[in-house]
Design a binder for this molecule. Structure first.
Ligand code: GLU
Length: 397
């Protein structure tokens, strides 16, 4: 007899991963699918990082690493936080985990009790919602409209805070919209956090290095809320290291200690070789970070330019990350004579079927009128993908 826990039954399948899997399967069957679903740099990990990993194998980094990460890695992360973000986290305030996703669930499981409210800004990244549900928390969703550049207004935030609100999840540059909050906008949010005793804010800064305009601001750099912020980051996006699975937090000591304790019963310290590679990535920089960021900027301009020529799409030009989230609701109710589009999910399946382009529907991100396009792929493929999308959309009447 199959018997699953209520916990797992309440969990949805990650739509970003599901769509990536679907396109892999179709490609394996010989279909010419262009996948703009999964958000990961198409670049290879830079050579100096790969060399460090090879050396780590030869140097016999094969024993259990310390649960929160090697000391020298935590020291390097502490220095990175100080120099790049203006935040003082001592090495013991840092916990290294198997990717940003793991860092976030550690924090949520550590501080959320069943019934605690957690505020999400929609459009939000898929896994935040399910991770809150997994912990028994109650997601409270604020809708940030496209007309407001997908940013939440301070008064919207104020309006939903109750005595049960424990945590806000903040993400800039944002996955899935690519929007970036300014210092002034962030300070207003920080002031609201400051006013509510016991309220914490998790700042997911994984796209920090993929920023096209302005400067990256860390939530914890507002000193008046430093002790209420958990900063999440990792090497996946900035150094093209998604498969190495290294994320980390900088947090108040009591939270870092609790995450260490949780991780000690769950995964132990993460892969020793990947940690040595991450150390090389964080310690030195051969210019590849900038090269990748410049390529993403060029592609952003390319894709936004092409998308804006498609009549039924509303596009906001993102300032960071490598996603665009157009509003495609003008196609709802239309048909190509065969398939009727009722919602974002239908449009995603239609484009997969008729244009052979894989995207992710907006529902998974709390944005049912939108669709997410990840443009972390080659310029040629992007041009071809948008051409196909346009042709398929033009058949809808
Ligand atoms: N963060 C990436 C994305 O949103 C990776 C996939 C995932 O883990 O959801 O596509």
């Amino acid at each position: 007899m199959e018997y699953l826990s209520d916990r797992i039954k309440a969990l949805s399948v990650s739509q970003t991963l599901a769509m990536a899997q679907k396109s892999r399967e179709l490609k394996a069957k010989g279909f010419d699918i262009i996948s703009l679903s999964l958000g990961e740099p198409d670049f290879n990990t830079p050579d100096y990082i790969k060399e460090a990993a090879k050396k780590a194998i030869d140097d016999n980094y094969s024993k259990y690493p310390p649960v929160p990460g090697y000391n020298d890695l935590r020291e390097a992360i502490s220095k990175k936080f100080r120099e790049e973000n203006g935040i003082n986290y001592s090495p013991d305030q840092i916990v290294v985990s198997a990717g940003g996703k793991h860092s976030i669930i550690n924090v949520i499981l550590t501080i959320i009790n069943p019934g605690d409210e957690v505020i999400l800004f929609a459009p939000y990244w898929v896994s935040y919602l399910d991770q809150i549900i997994l912990a028994g928390g109650k997601p409270v969703i604020i809708e940030a409209k496209l007309e407001n550049d997908f940013k939440v207004k301070p008064e919207q935030l104020e309006a939903v805070i109750t005595g049960k609100t424990r945590l806000i999840i903040f993400n800039s540059p944002s996955n899935p919209t690519g929007m970036v909050y300014s210092r002034e906008e962030m300070e207003k949010i920080a002031r609201i956090v400051q006013k509510h005793e016991g309220l914490l804010i998790l700042s997911d800064e994984i796209y920090e290095h993929i920023l096209f305009e302005g400067e990256h601001i860390s939530m914890a750099s507002f000193e008046f809320i430093y002790d209420r912020v958990i900063t999440v980051n990792g090497v996946s996006k900035g150094y093209a290291m998604t498969g190495w699975r290294i994320g980390y937090i900088g947090a108040p000591l009591w939270i870092a200690r609790a995450c260490d304790k949780l991780q000690g019963q769950f995964t132990s310290g993460v892969c020793s070789i990947a940690q040595r590679a991450a150390l090389a990535a964080i310690r030195s920089n051969d210019g590849s970070r900038k090269m990748m960021r410049d390529a993403f900027l060029r592609r952003r301009d390319l894709v936004c330019g092409l998308l804006k020529e498609i009549k039924g799409m509303k596009v906001r030009v993102p300032q960071g990350a490598f996603y665009i989230m157009p509003d495609i609701s003008s196609y709802f109710g239309k048909s190509d004579g065969e398939i009727k589009i009722n919602n974002s999910e239908d449009l995603t399946l239609y484009l997969l079927d008729k244009a052979q382009v894989a995207l992710v529907g907006g529902d998974a991100f709390g944005a049912p009128r939108c669709i997410r396009i990840s443009y972390a792929t080659s310029d040629d493929l992007l041009v071809e993908a948008v051409k196909r999308i346009r042709a398929a959309l033009e058949r809808l009447r």
